[in-house]
Design a protein around this ligand. Structure first.
Ligand code: F6P
Length: 387
């Protein structure tokens, strides 16, 4: 691997803008990367990390492009200065770039014409040392945080920041990006309502949610859906069709159905759009909306249309809640570095920003409780879950 050249580490507190007074703490050089699928609010976290590290401590922040891949590739690291994070608060995506690939523990390479998987984590460790980083802030979901945990076990000073629009990470009540996705999905439902009602149709909205149905559940509740189908409650298509039939018989000529991409029928499987490329990658989900639409049309005779919201849920400007959460997470990540509390992930619990061990947040998903308050409230007002 080629090496990267970085200026020698500073030993004193860095000069900071005059309106701030850095506290006396040791100088640190801290790396930051964004991994996995992007999410509204990533840039807001980066902005908060840079601002709080520079204003309060005069530290240097090194941005690493394209997730862990950037630790392995020359020229993919650069100093993030205040000017680089100006205007980032409302901007979707991530200025660092991100990737679902790039796991140094399972690196895919071509060897003599064959695809092989090799562990090159020691190269990433060397690169971390060569960059003279005192810590690495990993902003990512389950996959990236698991990688972060492995590097922490190898001696890297890792701090995690949870990210996912699916809101399925354990140990945190909320992740930034989720609320923005719910707003996008709710707006879509509102629009589907007016056209569905005009044409007496069943309108299906397929939303993201691979393992957990949080986006479907919350947008379905907020948008007044008639049926919500989520991975945690396998559906019975007879129940779904029965509900649509009853609505038609009692004068409601249209129905709104919100379905998470990971929803599956009782005794059946998820709908796969594209099979996994290899053992270390995931299959692409999608298409369950079309499967259900065909069944509804056949069993009820109701004309049905499908909208797949897709990556619209991941793009765009973060909501005020997500901007605030991202900012608080970024600030807390810097605090964890200052306190040298490594191997931890910032989290949000009971309206407070806190931290937990990364290992307590990964490996299992935070799922919707099929008998929890929110599902019961939905059922109490007549929303069906196909059960
Ligand atoms: O971030 C998770 C997620 O939103 C899943 O719900 C979805 O299956 C996946 O991202 C899609 O990812 P990609 O951008 O790789 O298609």
């Amino acid at each position: 691997m080629q090496t990267m050249t970085v200026p020698k580490k500073k030993t004193k507190t860095q000069a900071v803008p005059a309106h701030t007074s850095p506290r006396k703490v040791d100088f640190k050089r801290v790396g930051v990367l964004t991994g996995g699928g992007d999410c509204p609010g990533l840039n807001a976290v980066l902005r908060a990390v840079v601002k709080s590290a520079v204003f309060n401590y005069g530290w240097e922040i090194i941005g690493i492009n394209e997730g862990f891949e950037g630790l392995l590739t020359p020229g993919k690291t650069h100093k993030l200065e205040l000017k680089d994070v100006r205007g980032l608060l409302p901007r979707g995506g991530t200025i660092l770039g991100s990737t679902n690939r790039g796991n140094p523990f399972e690196h895919k390479e071509d060897k003599e014409g064959k695809k092989v998987v090799v562990d090159i984590s020691s190269l990433a460790m060397k690169s971390y040392e060569k960059l003279e980083l005192d810590a690495l802030i990993v902003i990512g979901g389950d996959g990236s945080l698991k990688i972060g945990q492995k590097f922490y076990n190898m001696g890297m000073n890792v701090v995690g920041v949870p990210k996912t629009i699916d809101n399925d990470l354990m140990a945190t009540d909320a992740t930034f990006g989720f609320q923005t996705a719910v707003i996008t999905a709710t707006e879509a439902i509102d629009k589907l309502h007016t056209t569905g009602e005009s044409h007496n149709r069943a309108m299906i909205l397929e939303v993201m949610g691979r393992y957990a149905g949080w986006i479907a559940l919350e947008s379905g509740l907020a948008g007044g859906a008639d049926i919500i189908l989520i991975p945690e409650i396998p559906y019975d298509i007879e129940e779904v069709c029965g509900k649509i039939r009853r609505r038609h018989e009692t004068g409601s000529g249209f129905s709104i159905i919100v379905v998470a991409e990971g929803a599956r029928p009782k005794g059946g499987d998820v709908t796969v759009l594209r099979a996994a490329k290899d053992a270390s990658s995931l299959e692409r989900l999608g298409g369950v909306g079309n499967v259900i639409a065909a069944q509804i049309t056949e069993q009820t005779g109701v004309e049905t249309r499908v909208t797949v919201l897709g990556h619209l849920q991941r793009g765009g400007t973060p909501s005020p809640f997500d901007r605030i959460l991202s900012t608080r997470f970024g600030v807390e990540a810097v605090e964890l570095v200052r306190q040298e509390r490594f191997g931890r992930m910032v989290c949000y619990r009971d309206y407070r920003v806190d931290s937990v061990k990364i290992e307590d947040a990964v490996g299992a998903f935070k799922l919707v409780d099929p008998d929890g308050q929110m599902v019961r409230a939905a059922e109490a007002i007549g929303i069906g879950f196909g059960r």
